[in-house]
Design a protein around this ligand. Structure first.
Ligand SMILES: [Zn+2]
Length: 362
């Protein structure tokens, strides 16, 4: 994007999207050959650096025990602390800790809280926390899938606790299902968890029929997608399933579990999203935030294991956040949905029809 014209004083520019990025996120050190490695953030950082002049920055702060304990029991903190004491160590086949991992994981959760809070209270219009380790697989009582603490869940609980938001929509477009996030909120009707993910695939959860429990029935929406889905399917799901769900739920803020592993080049998954596809997706989500909750939109990095996918995806997200005026929701009829999208719409309708008006409509 072009530089702001020099005649316009900085104070008259619109508030800038907030980015959290910090070299300490690279101190969580994997065993050799592990895909969740510090270099991921170098790729993300290239996309941020390209737009540096248009972004605001915020330094991360470690989440304290009180914040983490809203999601995780004390035994989980003790387990992570103990594992870090004997680091390098494995918590499961995929999930490792190095000597700095506790501090780095606290910084990831703390950055997520602070970004969500800044957006919820209007200090920033939107933002991206470029953190690691990721969070959405972390169960309340168990680290898994490269995740130690559930960053987005800790952020959503902070907003609720501080009464900065009554209803929080968590959109998880990482290619994997966010089992930990779903389980943290499945009985909470004020936090709607919406996930698109490759299915069946790791971690195995995220079927259509997983729709919440107790008072939370209906506030979990899963869109399990077959391998090979690309821009058409993702955009179709965003317009025809996510948009009516979001309109029905009326969030006060939207948090995104922002993985870039649905990118076509990602080595860990088999989806086919392009950089343009991520841009279209991010535009739709920003348009929904503008329509429904004053634009309040905070994205927290999850997965993404190819440098090219991370850089393109991050660039697409920042472009969508920076566009002025922001893109509106596309109107008019979408192209033929195709059999895959049709099946996804039918699967969601079978579980959620009656809860959300116009589910599956154009
Ligand atoms: Zn993932």
């Amino acid at each position: 994007m072009a530089e702001a014209p020099s005649t316009s004083p900085e104070t008259s520019n619109p508030p800038r999207p907030l980015v959290v990025e910090d070299p300490r996120y690279q101190d969580h050190q994997p065993p050799g050959g592990h895909p969740e490695r510090p270099e991921r953030l170098v790729a993300v950082g290239r996309a941020i650096a390209e737009r540096e002049s248009e972004l605001a920055r915020q330094a991360p702060r470690p989440a304290d025990d009180e914040e983490l304990l809203r999601v995780h029991p004390a035994a989980h903190l003790s387990n992570i602390t103990e594992a870090v004491r004997r680091a390098p160590a494995q918590l499961d086949a995929d999930t490792y800790v190095s000597p700095a991992s506790l501090e780095v994981a606290r910084l990831a959760a703390g950055a997520s809280v602070d970004l969500a809070r800044a957006v919820a209270q209007g200090d920033a219009p939107s933002g991206l926390a470029a953190v690691r380790p990721p969070g959405h697989h972390a169960e309340a009582d168990r680290a898994m899938g490269f995740c130690l603490f559930n960053n987005v869940a800790v952020a959503a609980r902070a907003l609720q606790r501080e009464e900065r938001a009554e209803r929080v929509l968590i959109l998880d477009w990482d290619v994997h299902h966010g089992n930990g996030t779903q389980h943290s909120f499945e009985e909470d009707r004020d936090v709607l968890y919406f996930s698109t993910h490759q299915y069946p695939y790791y971690p195995g959860t995220g079927a259509f029929h997983e729709a919440g429990r107790g008072a939370g029935v209906g506030s979990t929406v899963n869109v399990p997608m077959p391998p090979g889905c690309g821009d058409g399917e993702y955009i179709g799901v965003a317009r025809r399933i996510l948009a009516p769900v979001a309109r029905g739920f009326r969030p006060d803020v939207i948090l995104v579990s922002c993985g870039f592993d649905a990118h076509a080049v990602d080595p860990l998954a088999s989806m086919d999203l392009s950089g343009e596809g991520f841009l279209a997706l991010a535009r739709i989500v920003r348009a929904l935030a503008n329509d429904l909750c004053g634009g309040r939109l905070a994205l927290v990095l999850e997965g993404g294991y190819a440098a090219e996918g991370l850089e393109e995806g991050t660039g697409a997200v920042l472009e969508a956040l920076l566009e002025s005026p922001p893109a509106a929701l596309p109107d008019g009829a979408a192209p033929d949905p195709g059999t895959t999208l049709r099946a996804l719409i039918e699967g969601c309708r079978a579980v959620h029809a009656g809860r959300f008006e116009d589910l599956g409509a154009l």
